[in-house]
Design a binder for this molecule. Structure first.
Ligand code: NAP
Length: 289
């Protein structure tokens, strides 16, 4: 397909550090090309210290939106005019739209995860989730699952200095969404086993199992994984973590984080362009599982 940068080409971007490894520029530029949109997506290596200068410069130059990755998802918030309810609850932004000079912060990580669940053919609305970890990705998933109607979420994390903040987050999500979100110590193995026995889905949103430490699993005993449990890992490198291997052995349905990555990008694409990303083409080209 013919693709030329013109005087009218609209700019979108990824800001973060590092960004050189990101697949987002390929995904978005191919999607723009496939459906004939006069947009371009570039990656800029930006750190928290120069974020304000970069964002104000891009806004003045007429950028129509951008993504944020590590370590900028929280630093961007004071620079924005508005937040969606999900971004406000999660306390993090990965997508900004600029409209009428107003910068609006969205979070699409949770949308991406929930779409990856339904894409894999599972229905978890009205059911219980056990969520491991309470970092940026975990909180985005928790908020979106709660907003979408998951009945209850048990979060397991380490009892460290972020414990009180996460506890307050759980109280706030519970009171604003009606989904019961509770926090537990990840070292409390009997409560973890009980939570898993009651849950429809387990979501690993910790770093445990991510390359290069591929011999780690967040589960202390694989018999905790019952065959009716859907086991998902948001890690996509490696494609099959030790947790997913253990779950398969126990007869569980499993999926990894590749399509969460695809669908968070697709949601950002729609925010900027008002069009659907050509999912099947992008999936085939960049996200083969
Ligand atoms: P983050 O904000 O740094 O959070 C990391 C989480 O992992 C924290 O909750 C932390 O627990 C937990 N953790 C780390 N080491 C641990 C250990 N030894 N034992 C128990 N818990 C441990 O990172 P993030 O951005 O949320 O990313 C988390 C993972 O998700 C990464 O592997 C990342 O690649 C993946 N991810 C995937 C996608 C996708 O699209 N598929 C998107 C974003 C992230 P504490 O709270 O107890 O400190």
């Amino acid at each position: 397909m013919n693709f030329e940068i013109t005087g009218k080409t609209k700019l979108t971007a990824l800001l973060g550090s590092p960004v050189a490894h990101s697949i987002s520029p390929q995904m978005h530029n191919e999607a723009f090309r496939q459906i004939g949109l006069d947009y371009i997506y570039l990656a800029f290596d930006v750190n928290p210290e120069n974020l304000k200068t970069v964002v104000m410069g891009l806004k003045t130059a007429g950028i129509c939106g951008f993504n944020l990755t590590m370590p900028l998802k929280v630093h961007i918030i004071p620079l924005l005019d508005e937040l969606t309810p999900a971004a406000r609850l999660a306390g993090a932004v990965n997508t900004v739209i600029i409209k009428d000079q107003q910068m609006i912060g969205h979070t699409t990580d949770g949308i991406g995860y929930m779409r990856s669940v339904s894409d894999a053919g599972y229905h978890i609305i009205g059911k219980k989730m056990t969520l491991l970890g309470a970092g940026g990705a975990a909180t985005a998933i928790c908020v979106q699952a709660a907003l979408d109607g998951v009945a209850s979420i048990d979060i397991f994390k380490r009892k460290n200095n972020s414990w009180d903040k996460v506890n307050a987050f759980c109280t706030q999500v519970t009171s604003e969404t009606g989904c019961v979100v509770r926090l537990f110590d990840i070292e409390n193995h009997s409560l973890l086993a009980k939570s898993l026995s009651e849950s429809a889905i387990l979501t690993n949103a910790t770093n445990l199992g991510m390359a290069p430490d591929i011999s780690c699993s967040p589960i202390p005993d694989i018999t905790m994984l019952h065959k009716d449990l859907i086991v998902s890992d948001i890690i996509y490198n490696p494609k099959e973590t030790l947790l997913l291997k253990q779950a398969k052995k126990q007869g569980c349905a499993t999926f990894n984080g590749l399509y969460m990555l695809l669908y968070q990008g697709a949601a950002a694409f729609s925010c900027w362009t008002g069009k659907e990303m050509p999912i099947e083409i992008i999936k085939k080209k960049y996200f083969s599982n």
